[in-house]
Unconditional design. Structure first.
Ligand code: AMP
Length: 212
């Protein structure tokens, strides 16, 4: 089964996608990760995306859609999770077209719900390994040695868009652009809402149930 995960920034989509990837062997497609990877490698796509990422704004649809089309075109038949795409109605419409052309289907659009006050706390305390992408939280899940990744020994840093000044803009962008996707997928009969609060494992069980 192919799914998409959407919800506010900080809802835990990335963490849950990693679990789906490791436990259910699904392919994880994260547009945020793809942009960050391109930026790290200073490709034209990364350089173009940088100003939007830093400001917490959406990268233009044309750029984002082309990137996803390319990735989906190379899917080798494995089940996939779309994480962070689509982020607005125009992207959702494009996704429908792409999937049709490729003969693919996204069966469930899983909305991960977390209340706004918790999002700010989660995002401002979030830290990530710049090498392997492992995620930490300064109080809820700090690395064993401060600033050093447990998994690979890489440097643990704060994402530039997890600074407080940017978080509010990202939440606004979500409210305006992404939240309307709930109605979009409800009308298509594919929406499942999952409570994103609580332990990572608990949320994962809810997602697996939503996929059943
Ligand atoms: P994320 O890792 O999903 O929080 O995404 C980080 C940033 O990447 C976002 O704030 C946007 O600047 C950009 N981004 C990720 N996905 C998309 C998308 N579907 N459309 C436009 N911009 C995106």
């Amino acid at each position: 089964m192919n799914i998409l995960l959407f919800g506010p920034p900080g809802a835990g989509k990335g963490t849950q996608s990693e679990l789906l990837k490791s436990q259910l062997k699904m392919t994880h497609i994260s547009t945020g990760d793809l942009f960050r990877y391109a930026l790290k490698n200073q490709t034209p796509l990364g350089i173009e995306a940088k100003k939007y990422l830093d400001a917490g704004q959406l990268v233009p649809d044309s750029v984002t859609i082309d990137m996803v089309r390319d990735v989906l075109g190379r899917i080798d038949g494995n089940s996939f999770i779309l994480d962070g795409f689509p982020r607005n109605i125009a992207q959702a419409d494009s996704l429908e077209e792409m999937l049709k052309v490729l003969g693919l289907k996204v069966e469930k659009a899983i909305f991960v719900a977390v209340p706004p006050n918790e999002l700010v706390e989660r995002l401002s305390g979030r830290r990530v390994c710049e090498k392997c992408g492992a995620t930490y939280h300064i109080s809820a899940m700090p690395p064993r040695v401060e600033g050093v990744c447990d998994r690979c020994g890489g440097k643990v840093i704060q994402r530039s868009d997890d600074r407080r000044e940017v978080i509010e803009d990202r939440i606004k962008v979500y409210e305006q652009n992404t939240r309307p996707l709930k109605d979009y997928y409800r009308e298509k009969g594919r929406l499942v809402e999952v409570d994103g609060r609580g332990e990572t494992e608990e949320v994962f069980l809810r997602i697996k149930k939503a996929m059943a």
